[in-house]
Ligand binder design. Structure first.
Ligand code: BEZ
Ligand code: MG
Length: 583
């Protein structure tokens, strides 16, 4: 929603729909789980954070722990189950808002009671207030008790000392607390997953929901499906989600994994078109160096899926991948080994796109350079050729150029609430980088989407929507920045990082509204008291933040008010003087 967006006034229904939409957006910002400070090594989490985490943990079905979602149980107990469960956005909008608020209130109160007075009090409260039978709520509180106890203790420092002495450190899975509470206690030797198990059955089910929602959203906006999409796949993300990103790619292609006699996902089978109910999408996968190293069997699986789909005898309008591969083979007189390359990564032994470094150092003139750098770094093909010989990082610049030419939408999954698209520079280097590369090659900016694996319901957001949400929930949220400022020097650096990463989305995707820079300037620089705090704690980061705002204006991403701009320049000069004095 842009500032100054006018309300439709034509009918009462339209007005109600708009108010409901606004309400949904406010709730989304309000309920967004954000880290309100940095993790301090060796220190257990604080109680307010613990309550938020427990509420999130309790809101998912957990078959492995024999528990159901507390939100669903409360909703069912209050007789409003079917409405709360709906994934479909239109339908969920129709749900009586008061009912949803009531469910959220009861869940929050139950968790608070559990933390204050224990499981029995919370169980009784739920039975009395929301008709939740104790048999259903008890296992949830047993799980929350163990999570809560684990969050209260912290053995990270003793574990580090044991590791430094070369002693045994107990292993533990690597994931997000909400996704897999078994990661607790921390301070263990984190291990990944068996790549042959990817995608897990649960990830494959979720993958379908995301792929369908993505295509639905694109269809709503464009009246047709995208012929080709570029996906970013990361290693840590697919460890944490047990391969949701991989599952999404397989669903877009319209194939399912096939497990061998050892239960390893080494094969693929096409999902019949009648079952799929839509065309197969041409999917270009740019995978991180970490993914390539950790998920070598999965790289093979994805390449196998591409080759299978490219060779299915299906009409072009139902199989965009085959259509593109055939067209390229005819037009360029090349073979399938050139035309059906879709899994790309860095050259062997190389990592990253360097787009983030180029942006951070302001070392670029034209934005196209950023997309070209992405292609230079990521144009190495992986998989097998038609004779079954492994392809391990063959330079295939032309193949990537061609594949990106057809892309109409780009997408990346977000795996955790802890790290979002403005927390680190890696999201814009990858998703921004590939989108900028597409823009030049397809001569049209792709639709750029994200979704997170954390919310119970699948929600696809455009990049612009995600930047706004992250800005409101974090960068401009006093709860977030005050949490950061408690960390002094490092906290100011985090605020500056957020501003610079936001700028990264302007540089690679032109996805940042002007009001965002205006509000950042007002909050952190033009507010004298805040500026004093920042420059006392960390004048280096304060200076970088002001410079980044000036760069946003200089590069045409932000039309700033001339008097504000003059002030920013003065402040920048005075910070420079201060830093010179320090040096
Ligand atoms: C990965 O897990 O693949 C990854 C992590 C950080 C930056 C880029 C990629
Ligand atoms: Mg930085």
């Amino acid at each position: 929603m842009k500032a100054g967006h006018s309300l439709p006034t034509s009918t009462a229904d339209e007005r109600d729909a708009r108010v409901l939409q606004l309400y949904e957006q406010l709730r989304e910002i309000e309920q967004r789980l954000i880290p309100t400070g940095l993790h301090v090594f060796g220190r257990p989490s604080e109680s307010a954070e613990r309550a938020d985490l427990l509420r999130m943990v309790a809101s998912f079905d957990r078959p492995e722990a024999g528990t159901r979602s507390l939100t669903d149980l409360v909703a069912e107990g209050l007789g409003i189950s079917s409405s709360v469960k709906k994934i479909n956005e239109e339908l969920s909008r129709e749900i009586c808002l008061a009912e949803r608020e009531r469910v959220a209130e009861v869940v929050t109160a139950a968790i608070r009671l559990f933390l204050e007075s224990g499981a029995e009090a919370a169980t009784l409260f739920l039975e009395r207030t929301a008709n939740v039978v104790p048999d259903a709520s008890k296992p949830i509180f047993a799980l929350l008790k163990s999570v809560s106890e684990n969050l209260e203790t912290n053995t990270e420092i003793p574990a580090l000392l044991r590791a430094l002495r070369g002693e045994y450190v107990e292993p533990g899975p690597g994931a997000d607390i909400v996704q897999n509470p078994a990661i607790l206690p921390t301070g263990r030797n984190t291990h990944a997953i068996n790549p042959y198990s990817v995608p897990s059955a649960v990830a494959f089910v979720r993958g379908e929901a995301v792929a369908s929602s993505l295509l639905k959203r694109y269809h709503e906006e464009n009246g047709r499906y995208p012929q080709a999409m570029a996906l970013v796949l990361w290693g840590l993300d697919n460890i944490k989600t047990q391969g949701e990103g991989v599952a999404q790619a397989l669903w877009l292609l319209g194939v399912r994994p096939v497990r061998d006699s050892l239960n390893r996902a080494t094969g693929v089978a096409a999902i019949p078109l009648e079952e799929l109910g839509r065309p197969r999408i041409d999917v270009v996968m740019t995978v991180s160096g970490i993914f390539r190293d950790l998920f070598s069997p999965t790289v093979q699986l994805l390449d196998k899926a591409v080759r299978l789909v490219a060779q299915l005898e299906e009409p072009p309008e139902s199989n965009y991948l085959r259509k593109h591969v055939n067209e390229q083979m005819v037009r360029e007189l090349c073979d399938i080994d050139e035309a059906a390359v879709r899994v790309f990564s860095n050259a062997p032994g190389n990592y990253g796109t360097n787009v983030n470094f180029m942006v951070m150092d302001s070392q670029w003139e034209s934005e196209d350079t950023l997309g070209d750098l992405f292609v230079t770094r990521k144009c190495f093909a992986y998989g097998r050729d038609s004779k079954g010989q492994p392809i391990e990082g063959r330079e295939a610049r032309l193949a990537l150029d061609r594949a990106l030419t057809r892309v109409e939408a780009t997408y990346q999954n977000i795996d955790t609430f802890e790290i979002g698209i403005t927390d680190v520079d890696h999201y814009f280097e990858y998703l921004g980088g590939v989108s900028k590369a597409v823009e030049k090659r397809a001569q049209s900016r792709p639709s750029i989407y994200l979704s997170d694996s954390l919310s119970r319901d699948v929600k696809i957001r455009s990049l612009e929507e995600t930047v706004r949400l992250e800005t409101r929930a974090k960068t401009l949220n006093p709860k977030w920045y005050e949490g950061m400022l408690k960390h002094g020097f490092r906290g100011v650096a985090e605020i500056e990082n957020h501003v610079s990463n936001t700028f990264g989305w302007s540089a690679t995707a032109d996805a940042v509204d002007g009001w965002i820079y205006t509000e950042v300037a007002k909050t952190f620089v033009l507010d004298e008291e805040m500026l004093e705090r920042l420059r006392d704690l960390n004048p280096h980061s304060a200076h970088s933040l002001v410079s980044r705002l000036l760069e946003a204006n200089g590069r045409g991403y932000w039309e700033a008010d001339p008097s504000a701009l003059e002030k920013l320049r003065d402040i920048s000069r005075s910070l420079e003087d201060q830093l010179e004095g320090v040096a």
